[in-house]
Design a protein around this ligand. Structure first.
Ligand SMILES: Cc1ncc(COP(=O)(O)O)c(C=O)c1O
Length: 408
């Protein structure tokens, strides 16, 4: 039996690919200086690593704009706060959904209460999908942003991004996409979709460490900065420089965090190369970074879906289990939430942990409105299971055995 069978990848992926640990350690030891703050060779090389990471992330999300618009943040929440605050002013209107994480919900709530921003929160259908027509019908003259969760961190439903992007485009309203649950799992094409700001944490599907996140700000919008401070450039300027990324990156960035993302990008590319070679794709070695990473993501998504389907099938064998939402195969990530009729949620999670060494997440998963709508608040929320790319057969057997013991 494993000491920890980890089924909480929606919270953060773990473990990370081995090269991520190795490169973070070696680069931090060899180049742990303040990048962009001095002209020393070490600082220049550290800055070069960061610049290269921006450019790999731009290709990863098929963003053909300048890679200095790939901005590093503390985490996904920080990126969302900056994106929303950068576009929405007192008295404006914004549209979001009831599927959102508190990273968006609380930000919108504060804007509503503290700055008189009007907020429309769209409800999903029974299965957990947002109807783009509902978004369109909530647009007003004052709407300054549509903020949408690409995939729910509770029920795993993936929203019809293309149709939502089309609605935003037709009305000329900036679209902010929270890709916390999809970045690194599903290909996201910023150029084709016409996303205005894509936000992502580094520590989930992108396989970086905690303490790093980011956003890509398309050239169709400019975010007003709300963080002010040193940038290492243009120090005489009285105000925050206009140029990206400095406009939105005040203070020292997380060099170890970016090194982690850097190594993870190379790992994606390597995995993509292996997938392309296995598929006998002609001239795999001449594919771009973005193309190779898309092969890797396809493989990652398929692997994770195979795990979640086995879990779903196992759970369907217990009458007292209710699975939330009704995510359909091709529009979901590997996250699933359930309740048990006669056992409190917290007890199921405690038993999974204490008796079977299974890491799962019980509660509201920071997305309270999903639980309000599902009527699961009183029962303490749901048990969420989220296998990952590194989930193996031993993890699965441990989980399936534990579920059988607890639920039979
Ligand atoms: C959908 C969604 N949005 C935003 C976040 C916030 O990301 P972070 O924890 O990196 O701030 C999460 C984290 O769980 C999430 O699942």
């Amino acid at each position: 039996m494993k000491e920890n069978a980890y089924f909480d990848n929606a919270a953060t992926t773990w473990p990370k690919p081995e090269p991520v640990y190795e490169f973070m350690d070696s680069f931090f030891r060899s180049h742990g200086v303040n990048p962009g703050r001095s002209g020393s060779l070490l600082a220049v090389e550290a800055e070069q690593m960061i610049t290269k990471t921006r450019s790999m992330l731009a290709q990863f999300f098929n963003f053909s704009g300048p890679s200095n618009r790939v901005v590093f943040t503390l985490n996904g929440t920080d990126a969302l706060n900056q994106a929303i605050a950068g576009l929405v002013k007192p008295g404006d209107h914004m549209i979001t959904t009831r599927l959102e994480h508190n990273a968006v919900l609380r930000t919108a709530n504060h804007f509503e209460r503290d700055y008189g921003v009007e907020v429309s929160r769209i409800s999903p259908d029974e299965a957990g999908y947002i109807n783009p027509v509902e978004i369109a019908s909530n647009i007003t003259d004052q709407t300054r942003a549509i903020v949408i969760n690409h995939a729910s961190n509770v029920i795993g439903t993936v929203q019809p991004l293309q149709q939502i992007a089309d609605v935003a485009k037709a009305a000329n309203i900036p679209l902010i996409v929270d890709a916390a649950q999809t970045a690194g799992v599903l290909p996201i094409d910023m150029d084709t979709l016409g996303i205005s700001v894509l936000t992502f944490p580094g520590h989930k599907g992108l396989f970086g460490p905690m303490g790093i996140g980011g956003m890509i700000v398309s050239e169709s919008v400019d975010l007003t900065p709300h963080r002010f401070g040193g940038t290492g450039v243009d120090s005489l300027s009285t105000y925050q420089p206009d140029a990206y990324p400095y406009r939105l990156e005040a203070g020292t960035v997380s060099l170890p965090g970016i090194a982690g993302l850097h190594a993870a990008q190379l790992w994606f590319r390597d995995l993509g190369m292996r997938c392309a070679t296995l598929l006998n794709i002609d001239k795999a070695e001449s594919l771009s970074h973005g193309e190779l990473c898309r092969h890797a993501m396809k493989h990652i998504h398929e692997t994770e879906l195979s795990h979640i389907k086995r879990i779903e099938t196992a759970l369907s064998g217990y009458e007292k289990v209710t699975v939330l939402g009704n995510a359909v195969d091709d529009a979901r990530v590997a996250t699933l939430s359930f309740t048990v009729d006669d056992i409190p949620t917290v007890q199921v999670a405690d038993q999974l942990d204490a008796d079977h060494q299974i890491c799962a997440r019980a509660g509201l998963q920071c997305a309270p409105l999903v639980h309000v709508d599902a009527g699961t608040v009183e029962g303490g929320g749901t048990i969420r299971l989220s296998p990952g790319f590194f989930t193996d057969e031993e993890d699965m057997q441990q989980l399936l055995h534990a579920l059988n013991e607890i639920l039979s």
